[in-house]
Design a protein around this ligand. Structure first.
Ligand code: AR6
Length: 174
């Protein structure tokens, strides 16, 4: 199976997905927030916050894993994307690290299917096109070296995001 065949787009609510792990676009506290973070905490239930309180937060670009509780997904990988300050503050490097950190945790937990939201593309203001280019590049590279990951879903909330993901996937080789 080619890398391209392992990647798909889903438009809708990430909390509904039946995958081994969904990724949360969290903040440094890991104690919840708005956007996709709020949706994940609501859907997973209060046990998630209890576990998150034991994690001591997470640095930007890093990732930490918890159980999925009431979600279909048994795991949640929480990562913290960079806030967009215009592009000269290492945003691209930090966003790259987010995807790398998530894939690394997926590998160590034998996770074979994973869904990503558009990390940093909401409240944190990262330009969507640039963020999606980074997401696709890092994930495609990592899939080459980690064959245990069989399926990656990019979860778009809007039509516009879904179209951006689809075009970026189209451009992948193979
Ligand atoms: N399913 C999939 N995608 C979603 C969902 C959902 N249920 N809800 C929103 N999105 P954001 P960030 C999309 O703001 O920019 C939180 O308060 C949304 O349309 O959730 O990384 C955290 O606690 C957008 O495309 O995350 C942090 O403080 C994408 O998810 C801060 O926001 C990410 O938007 C993180 O900001």
């Amino acid at each position: 199976m080619s890398v391209k065949q392992k990647i798909e787009v889903f438009q809708g609510d990430i909390t509904q997905l039946d995958v081994d792990a969904i990724v949360n676009a969290a903040n440094n506290s890991l104690l919840g927030g708005g956007g996709v973070d709020g949706a994940i905490h609501r859907a997973a239930g209060p046990e998630l916050l209890q576990e998150c309180k034991t994690l001591n937060g997470c640095e930007t670009g890093g990732a930490k894993i918890t159980r999925g509780y009431r979600l279909k997904a048994p795991w949640i990988i929480h990562t913290v994307g960079p806030i967009w300050y215009g592009g000269d503050e290492g945003e691209a490097q930090k966003l790259t690290q987010c995807y790398e950190s998530c894939i690394q945790l997926a590998v160590t937990h034998s996770i074979s299917s994973i869904a990503f939201p558009a990390i940093s593309c909401g409240v944190y203001g990262y330009p969507a096109g640039e963020a999606i280019t980074i997401a696709l590049k890092v994930v495609a590279q990592k899939l080459e070296t980690h064959p245990g990951i069989k399926r990656v879903i990019f979860c778009a909330f809007s039509d516009e995001m879904a179209n951006l993901y689809s075009s970026a996937i189209e451009e992948l080789a193979g």
